[in-house]
Design a protein around this ligand. Structure first.
Ligand code: CO8
Length: 263
């Protein structure tokens, strides 16, 4: 499908989704969220895609938040619907059965940080700026930010960041454990692609099982999480990838994974 606010590029097994409203620093409006929802369905249906990368168009921003000019016009019910729409799309992004990497190339504020938080992990350019400044607008994060930030960096730091609305550079985001790696601005996409290419060489079934297993631990106690892990491990063993991976090791060659199940 053709998009007006997104660019979807597919190169081999790596898809890149570019938020593309550079004049508004890629702010998230209703139309963009609808397109993101559709794009995620397309990506999930395409079994050749093994990794998704998200980034922003232009030199300045990943996403500068929800579109404030749209927010300013919303009544209470519309605001609730908009928040619900954003939460649902980001839940879909979070549960996509392939790794999703945020390549934060500039401002990732409000909804921008919330999108990045719904990805599996974040690489940021040295020009990356994060934060949940909604309190400066008299609102709060509404796309899951109060939940995901607290889970990732701890409730105390999340409280401070959300109450003050303080924005912070990529270096602080690294210190807070929000970001995995800071890259030179020019090499951000190369660094993310390198990591993505490594992941595409791994078994599709094992990455999916690992993702679901780690996700499970966020909402379950250790015992429940370990039970889930046992089942996910067994599912991996039923895949052609596990047979191929172990056989290739013993035959001292590189595995060729197909991502299929044998029984
Ligand atoms: N929404 C709409 N337009 C925006 C946004 C935005 N979030 N951010 C920037 N723009 C526009 C500007 O209005 C400007 O447009 P124009 O050229 O027509 O005047 C253009 O983008 C360029 O922006 P600036 O001139 O401001 O660029 P600067 O480099 O001077 O500043 C900043 C960059 C610091 C990023 C600044 O633009 C800024 O502070 N933006 C707003 C950041 C923000 O507060 N984000 C949080 C928004 S609220 C949110 O995300 C809530 C999510 C949950 C919603 C739940 C639903 C109910």
């Amino acid at each position: 499908m053709e998009f007006n606010n997104l660019i979807l590029e597919i190169n081999g097994s790596i898809a890149t989704l570019v938020f593309n409203r550079p004049k508004a620093l890629n702010a998230l409006n209703n139309a963009l969220l609808d397109e993101l929802d559709t794009a995620l369905d397309e990506i999930e249906a395409n079994k050749d895609i093994r990794v998704l990368i998200l980034t922003g168009a232009g030199e300045k921003a990943f996403i500068a938040g929800a579109d404030i000019s749209e927010l300013a016009q919303m009544n209470t019910l519309q605001a609730k619907q908009f928040s619900f729409k954003g939460q649902n799309v980001l839940a879909k992004l979070e549960m996509l059965p392939i790794p999703v990497v945020a390549a934060v190339n500039g401002f990732a504020l409000g909804g921008g940080t919330e999108v990045a938080l719904a990805c599996d992990f974040i690489y940021a350019s040295e020009k990356g700026v994060f934060g949940l400044p909604e309190s400066t607008l008299g609102i709060i994060p509404g796309f899951g930010g109060t939940q995901r930030l607290a889970k990732l960096v701890g409730a105390n730091l999340a409280r401070e960041l959300i109450y003050t609305g303080r924005t912070f550079p990529a270096a602080k985001a690294l210190e807070y454990g929000l970001v995995n790696k800071i890259c030179a601005h020019k090499s951000l996409m190369d660094d993310v692609l390198k990591c993505a290419q490594t992941m595409t060489k791994r078994g599709r079934v094992s990455l999916r099982a690992a993702k679901e297993s780690i996700k499970c631990s966020e909402n379950a106690d250790l015992d429940t999480g370990c039970r889930f892990e046992r089942d996910a491990f067994a599912i991996c063993m039923a895949s052609s990838d596990a047979k191929e991976g172990t056989k290739a090791f013993l035959e001292k060659r590189k595995p060729v994974f197909k991502g299929t199940y044998e029984n």
